[in-house]
Ligand binder design. Sequence first.
Ligand code: GLC
Length: 542
Amino acid sequence: MSMSPAAVGPWWQSAIIYQIYPRSFQDSNGDGVGDLRGILRRLDYLVELGVDAIWLSPIYSSPMADFGYDISDYTAIDPPFGSLEDFDELLAATHDRGLKLLLDLVPNHTSDRHPWFLESRSSRDNPKRDWYIWRDPAADGGAPNNWLSEFGGSAWEFDSRTAQYYCHTFLREQPDLNWRNPQVRDAIYDVMRFWLERGVDGFRLDAIWYLLKDPQFRDNPPNPDYRPGQPPKRSLIPLYTADLPEVHDAIEEMRRVVDAFGERLLIGEIYLPLEKLVTYYGRDLRGCHLPFNFSLLVIDWQARAIARLVERYESLLPPGGWPNWVLGNHDCPRVATRIGRGQARIAAMLLLTLRGTPTIYYGDEIGMVQVPIPPERIQDPFEKNVPGLGRDGARTPMQWDPSPYAGFSTAEPWLPLAEDFRSENVENARGDPASFYHLYRRLIAVRRANPALTRGAYRPIVAENDLLLYTRELDGERILVALNLGDEPASLGFMHPLQGRVLVSNFPDRDGEIIDGRIELRPLGGLVVALSGTGAVAPGKP
Ligand code: GLC
């Protein structure tokens, strides 16, 4: 008996991950902020959409200086999100539906209100002093070196009580833990075990490429390619503050922690060039299972550039390293605004037909746009420090229905709703077969039903002008993906006339269409075609 190829390999290779930003998914208690019981209420929506795993941005106790990425207790739920009981209920309900639940782990830093930091800052000889990164001032009394914070300004904050500076890669309210201290490592591994024992299926490791810093605290060199308008941090090359070789040892240790619990998943948040990114699979694949591949967030949206990217990524992957693709997240402008709604439909087809685990950011499946935030409603500390770079616009409430607060809440939400939420919402999308939502659903269903789309090899066919064609091939099953990124219709001939049937298109009237000879694409149209012949797929005359 042969096993279904889709079932080969660990669950996360054939899974589709869905990121929830908990503050904005569903409010259940009318305070304008999303919560765990809200997510519980919407689980069946995720089942209907067809995703397999949910990743929750942080839900732990936090003063919310960086909306949960500043943690004051790693093993408690922040009250506005609910309680540990609510969490257990959510986890059980998730598992009951056959879904996995991933948490966001923030090991690089805590909140400045975390008891560890309160102790650490209390005196130079406190036993937890060395849990954080403390340095004497420079000779002139200023910061110990030139390191910059991700959110603007120096990465050093002076603490007058003990007359030393502490290091913070992000906000001053987010002091960096000292990962050269084994006690710190053990404390975080205990946190991981706490959640793994409760049953979570893995973690997304926040800011993991920053975890270790130069033990000599050398200055970062200036970046000659820096252009004004880029985040200020980019004015230096992070030679001594990011991607240090020792980070891989720490990730391997984390991996051993999760591996002790069976098939759990470690995803790494890593913003590095591809050739560096792939090193995060680790020596002998003992690092992150999935170092997040963010290339599609920044790519120049052109057929040739996309094809080059896919081929480069495929060629750089270590043997056995499993690819993954991300189209949006809570730190980056919405895809429907980055490239426009029409292109975002093509992007959905790409995301769900490329080789590798796809991650969908909540709301992208209904085409949510980046929402302009009036100055008085700005929440993101990054925007407050460096205007123009804020992330609030991609974190607005999920648009469920046309009711006053979009079905998200019964009160004014913490961030404004998109202006078009009365037309662009789940309820309306459900009733419209041509909606974004149904495109996502159909793509997910087709991906699930066709192992070639999950496990098949990627083979480039055409990347010219606005056309991008590739096949996914497995055990004689061949699926052609044909995408037209342009505003003109396109007609493509092949050396051997193509035979096949359309599995899914962004124009639903084409689903099921028989292909016999040429491929005709509408403007901004895409087709996923199950090929029936065995002839080589090569563009050409007829
Ligand atoms: C990661 C998160 C981001 C957060 C930062 C600091 O980049 O994705 O939202 O602000 O880490 O924890």
